[in-house]
Design a protein around this ligand. Structure first.
Ligand code: UDP
Ligand code: MG
Length: 317
């Protein structure tokens, strides 16, 4: 059985794969550990699969999975994790930007104290248009989720295998594994890693990852904070809105009663000329809608209780 499984998502990386395999193998030969490498071809349209086929045929410890089309990095990592057999799992990009020579440092940093070690591309060899938004993004993740890492999105990470039993990747959630893992009680740390410039092929992500990443961040902070009790956040806003609406309506009711009962107040403008009426009704409607949505969310959580445990266990004696 291997000591370490290395998952490599591959999307049009034909120029890098042979060299990456060579570098990983040379690191393996310097350590006393056995590695298995799992390449996941995420629907490449270049010759990546041909290169991988040769690697798998020539090496016992190389496995390859080929998707029918491009499903995204998170899906590729999940498919790789599903076939790992080692207690430790490393993920790294296929483009040679992550340096396999760092693998022993990851293992050392994990020790007994941590469950996930995330890479930090401290000296990043990417254009400024990539590094600057990334800084802002990492700062925002730290602020909203409390998980403070310099480089959440780094693809170079070491995990204990069981993390993948509890954190199921989909969409573009690969950016948030440290956050999702922390929410399940796993201990996360980071080490600074050597980062190299891309030599072959092109980057698969552009500026569109910013709005997408931000929306995912909102989802993740909601899911990690209120996954088990959505009504506590949706309902709280709903209640607040209902309360404001009710206040407005009560005020307008008294106003109307005074206006029709006493001659002195009959010069007050009629109700339909009071904008507060529309605001109050809007707030009441919004509030009740939110409360109903909260109950629907609770219903979903309640139904899921049978399949997901609301806890994770570190050890049993
Ligand atoms: N990747 C993938 N599927 C995709 C996009 C990217 O498997 O849809 C892989 C890609 O082949 C690489 C890794 O994810 O191994 C990171 O991609 P890239 O280097 O383009 O990202 P960047 O380093 O520019 O952030
Ligand atoms: Mg890259």
């Amino acid at each position: 059985m291997p000591d370490l499984s290395i998952i490599v998502p591959v999307f049009n990386e034909e120029g890098s794969l042979d060299e990456l395999h060579r570098q990983i193998t040379s690191v393996e030969s310097e350590t006393s550990q056995a590695f298995e490498i799992i390449f996941v071809d995420d629907g490449s349209s270049d010759k990546s699969w041909n290169v991988l086929k040769k690697l798998a045929t020539a090496n016992d410890n190389v496995q390859c999975i080929r998707f029918r089309r491009n499903f995204g990095k998170a899906a590729a990592l999940r498919a790789g994790a599903a076939v790992t057999s080692a207690p430790l799992v490393m993920t790294m990009d296929a483009d040679l930007q992550d340096d396999p020579a760092e693998i022993p440092r990851f293992i050392e940093a994990l020790g007994d104290d941590y469950d996930l070690i995330s890479g930090w591309k401290e000296k990043r060899n990417d254009p400024l248009g990539k590094t600057l938004p990334s800084r802002v993004f990492n700062w925002m993740i730290g602020l909203m989720t409390g998980v403070k890492l310099h480089d959440h999105n780094c693809g170079f990470k070491l995990y204990r295998r069981e993390i993948f039993d509890h954190v199921k990747l989909y969409g573009e959630m690969h950016r948030f594994v440290p956050v999702l893992a922390t929410a399940k009680g796993f201990r996360v740390n980071e080490i600074s890693v050597n980062h190299r410039a891309r030599e072959h092929g092109v980057s698969k992500y552009g500026l569109e990852r910013l709005p997408k990443g931000f929306l995912d961040l909102l989802t993740v902070s909601f899911l990690t904070g209120y996954n088990q009790r959505p009504q506590h956040v949706i309902g709280a806003i709903g209640l607040l809105s209902c309360f404001a609406g009710t206040l407005g309506i009560v005020y307008l009711t008294i106003y109307w009663l005074l206006r029709v009962s006493f001659e002195a107040y009959s010069t007050w403008p009629p109700l339909h000329e009071r904008p507060l009426l529309i605001f109050s009704l809007g707030a009441l409607l919004l509030g009740t809608q939110l409360l109903c949505m909260g109950f629907l969310a609770e219903l979903i959580v309640n139904r899921n209780q049978e399949s997901t445990e609301p806890y994770t266990i570190r050890e049993k004696l």
